[in-house]
Design a protein around this ligand. Structure first.
Ligand SMILES: [Zn+2]
Length: 78
């Protein structure tokens, strides 16, 4: 499996492709996907980039809300 990018040696991440029903490996630096044989399949599209960005933002929001919640809970206990 192409765990690392041949071009820049960055880590690649498997991203499931619903159309192809298989996972392609993404390099966020080179912005392209390779298949399991390490052959470049296609570019990382703008749509996918935006999706990834909004996922990250959601994740940051959900983790940021945790300390606030536990603080208010602690207040209720005391
Ligand atoms: Zn790369």
């Amino acid at each position: 499996m192409p765990l690392f990018c041949k071009q820049c040696n960055e880590r690649r991440y498997p991203v499931f492709q619903t159309e192809e029903k298989t996972s392609f490996w993404l390099c966020e630096k080179c912005e392209n996907f390779v298949d399991v044989k390490d052959v470049i399949v296609r570019e990382w599209t703008k749509e996918e980039k935006d999706k990834q960005k909004s996922k990250l933002e959601e994740f940051e929001k959900s983790t940021a809300s945790i300390p606030e919640e536990s603080m208010s809970r602690r207040k209720g206990v005391n």
